[in-house]
Design a protein around this ligand. Sequence first.
Ligand SMILES: [Mg+2]
Length: 437
Amino acid sequence: MSINLSNIAKKRGIKYFLISFVDLFGNLRSKLVPTRAIDGMQKDGAGFAGFAAWLDMTPAHPDMFAIPDPESFIQLPWKPEVGWLASDLWMDGKPVEASPRVALKRQLEQAEKLGFRMKTGVECEYHLINSDGTDIADTKDQQSKPCYDQQALMRQYPVISQICDAMIELGWGPYQNDHEDANGQFEMNWDFDDTLKTADRHVFFKFMVKSIAELHGMRATFMPKPFSHLTGNGCHSHISIWNLNGTQNLFDGNNDARDLGLSPLAYQFLGGIMHSADCLAAIFNPTINSYKRINAPRTLSGATWSPDSITYGGNNRTHMIRVPEAGRFELRLMDGAANPYLMQAGILACGLDGVEGNRDPGDPLDINMYELGEDIKGYKQLPHNLLDAIRLFESSDVLRERLGSELVDAFVKLKKNQWNDYTSHLTKWELDNTLDC
Ligand SMILES: [Mg+2]
């Protein structure tokens, strides 16, 4: 055991540890463990009843143990007496294959066998809203094109700067913060890194933003489309594959005939993602609300900034995949509800399928998809609702083979239950439009 949590606690003044895990619906679950008990927990894990979280387990299942990864340790900047730990789930002495962090580690192991190390950055958009969730927090933020609005940004300086200061203190390398395209919407960017590290930070970022917003009397939401007339919350990911010691970006291509600065490996990886993108939507856009962001009508600002078709282009934000510069691409499909581990596992699974299957994404499209998207033919569309997405995910041979049936079946079962729960509720829309039928 290289990192001893007890010693860290003594050195940093930690009184409690949050031993946490993320379930299949992306919910962060934890136990708050006093430092006096951390030695045993580091070795054996914290016990949970799996059925009580969104995992495919019954009340009859034995205890599930969250074994913390000491490499993931983060001291809460806004409450330094607490340390946070990401964990892997175990049951009956074996890792729980149908759990998100284990699933991502499995894909990283596959990549490593091929000599690949995936690095990613994420752009987590969120809204600052009032505490009951009915409106944005800053009611003065009303411009129809509010992106980069300095005045609205600076009215939220106390909360934005506290989050950014925290990221600086944690060594994440934050480099910019802005007001995004919707009223009340913000984005904060920090350095890309190894995928597992980015995924752990992504989980923690959401927890931190919500916690610090609450300290300021607000609430933060990463919900894909919290307001129907405003741009939704995306979670774009920038992707590159490196050699194992991290010295060479294998996506860099000097002699790219398509002139985007990508290597043949990058095109294969990209081709794999495009091949399965409609099936990936279930984990990239995992909520009922997600489908109000993709395929959405134009918003107040003039654009949704989200895709509806499976296309790629150069430095053009109207496509599902953008290649902003040589050596990486940006996948713009995911939204704020995407599970930080499952989304990266899905990217890697389908990217590796592209590499091993030599999938060709075809030529990039250089058009404004928001204007001309309906005129082009031969490009697959994204699913229009969660049920279609779940069915596509369920039927994908690529995802079943690479993510494993245990994970696919568990996710599909829980999500279908959720869909059935949703459709069992009578809505106002139905009454308004059907009562007099
Ligand atoms: Mg953005």
